[in-house]
Design a protein around this ligand. Structure first.
Ligand code: SF4
Ligand code: SF4
Length: 145
């Protein structure tokens, strides 16, 4: 009986555990995992995120150097964030509103350390050197001699 009275008193005097939504703005809990964003300046197009995504909502287009993210298919598990070796993926606290439309977000990768971008740059440099009649080599230090 004493315990019940104690609980009643505690509940009357303490603040409510729920918020008065929508009059009080919704506060996200710390560590909320919501929408995923990609940083094209950090991505190296390694495809690890694509392989680890259980919802198959990341498609890496190596040739086009783009990351395709199917937002409305994502389950916000955060696996992709954990596996990315260059911290190019982050998860914010904002959820995209449900939609009947399929929402796809494309990110252009511009990171010069991405192997395919490096390769293309080297090929372009080779072509330019050939056009100028300079000796062509794969080793930059040899070209300087
Ligand atoms: S959060 Fe999960 S479901 Fe969403 S893109 Fe990343 S791995 Fe895929
Ligand atoms: S976002 Fe990260 S894991 Fe995904 S392809 Fe780019 S570097 Fe690799």
């Amino acid at each position: 009986m004493l315990k019940i009275l104690e609980n009643i008193f505690k509940n009357i005097t303490s603040k409510p555990y729920t918020s008065n939504y929508p009059f009080t703005p919704y506060q996200h809990f710390p560590g909320t995992r919501a929408d995923v964003t990609f940083d094209g300046t950090k991505c190296i197009l390694c495809q690890l995120c694509q392989r680890s995504c259980p919802a198959e909502c990341i498609i890496i287009h190596k040739e086009e150097t783009t990351v395709e993210y199917l937002n409305t298919q994502c389950i916000r598990c955060g696996y992709c964030v954990r596996v990315c070796p260059t911290n190019a993926i982050s998860q914010n606290e904002v959820y995209t509103k449900p939609s009947k439309e399929r929402l796809t977000v494309y990110t252009l990768v511009t990171n010069e350390n991405a192997p395919i971008i490096k390769k293309r740059k080297a090929e372009a440099a080779k072509k330019a050197a050939t056009a100028e009649g300079k000796p062509v080599t794969d080793k930059p230090e040899e070209a300087k001699k």
